[in-house]
Design a protein around this ligand. Structure first.
Ligand SMILES: [Zn+2]
Length: 358
């Protein structure tokens, strides 16, 4: 049923309407601070929710709150839309039953068990071909050809963080690890060290899994010449489905855990062979840092690809990291600008709630 524009400002529910503690807290956090009784539960104390806010609450709690990660990708267990109004089919915990009915009636939506479209859990052809050693090089050739080159201009600054270096004041501590220690990270291989850096200090701290207990130092480094980088954070313009999308394959690759490193290392080695000085790649922590959500979809279509401003959308939720090949301080392509000690005084977590059973 279509709603008219006039309905959107009407208060429908409030945070006091809910039994579930997670829903109540989330509704309070995002609700409107408005005088008067709730039209539903008659309490004057809750924060008020309009239709838009009810839908946003439903999305956070039931869709984002049930999203599970796979080997690659991830998908929600529950979805909702207006076509399922009155036909919801989920099996929630007993204390959620009334809350769900309130939300469904207020927003005129229904919750249902979502059979994810398979691309969302990694059924993406270029990704499967990257996993297959026999087909990997063909896809990597496409990556080198289709992703753009970016220049990190001479004198650009970036950061490199170290936890408990042996001699914190020694510039050599901030180069890539010695060649004999290379081969443990996302892009370095045995005999092929890589210097990981970023222009976002907070991302460096996350990437190093730093905690308040650690002795942390950050070097500000500057490039001595223009550096040629392969930009893997670029959103590719493609005329194919998600199942065939190289863009989706690379996006998922850099959000996956260590089982994917064999592939990203092969890409780095090929980029070096093609004459690049390094790659720009999306941080694994992009989504946490920017508040984005993995593989966000509307009706099973990827927003990354179908959003009207897909490029800005992809960029807004992607924090670029650099990986510079070899040992750039030793090779004098990068110079030390300064070193600082980092003192963490607060480590913050933000989040929301989801159901425990469906
Ligand atoms: Zn209420």
């Amino acid at each position: 049923m279509a709603t008219t524009k006039d309905d959107t400002g009407t208060v429908l529910l409030c945070s006091e309407c809910f039994v579930d503690e997670g829903l109540r807290i989330d509704a309070y956090k995002h609700g409107l601070d408005k005088e008067g009784e709730c039209p539903k539960c008659r309490s004057p104390n809750g924060r008020k929710l309009t239709k838009d806010q009810v839908e946003a609450l439903a999305w956070r709690f039931f869709v984002s709150g049930t999203t599970v990660r796979g080997h690659y990708g991830g998908a929600p267990i529950i979805q909702f839309n207006e076509h399922h109004y009155g036909k919801g089919d989920i099996s929630p915990s007993p204390w959620l039953k009334e809350d769900i009915k309130l939300i469904e009636d207020a927003a005129r939506i229904g919750f249902f068990n979502y059979g994810p479209r398979l691309w969302m859990v990694g059924e993406v052809e270029p990704l499967k071909n990257l996993e297959d050693p026999a087909k990997r090089s063909q896809v990597i050739a496409r990556v080198l050809n289709e992703y753009p080159e970016r220049t990190l201009a001479k004198d650009s600054a970036f950061y490199r963080l170290r936890i408990a270096p042996g001699r914190p004041a020694n510039p050599g501590e901030y180069d890539s690890p010695p060649t004999e220690l290379a081969g443990k990270g996302r892009l370095d291989s045995v005999g092929f060290p890589v210097l990981y850096g970023s222009q976002d200090i907070d991302i460096c701290i996350h990437e190093c899994r730093a905690t308040a207990e650690d002795e942390i130092f950050v070097a500000t480094l500057k490039t001595e010449r223009d550096m040629r980088l392969l930009d893997l954070t670029n959103v590719l313009k493609e005329d194919v489905t998600e199942f065939e999308s190289l863009d989706m394959a690379i996006h998922m690759l850099f959000l996956a855990r260590a089982h994917s490193y064999e592939i990203s290392r092969a890409i780095a080695l090929s980029a070096r062979a093609a004459g690049f000085d390094g790659v720009i790649y999306p941080s694994f922590f992009s989504l946490i840092r920017t508040g984005g959500r993995p593989f966000e979809t509307a009706y099973g279509l990827s927003l990354r690809r179908f959003h009207r401003q897909s490029e800005e959308y992809g960029r807004a939720f992607t924090i670029p990291n650099f990986a510079l090949f070899g040992r750039p301080l030793e090779n004098l392509s990068v110079r030390m600008h300064c070193i600082n000690r980092v003192i963490l005084t607060q480590i913050g977590y933000q989040g929301h709630f989801g159901p425990v059973a469906y």
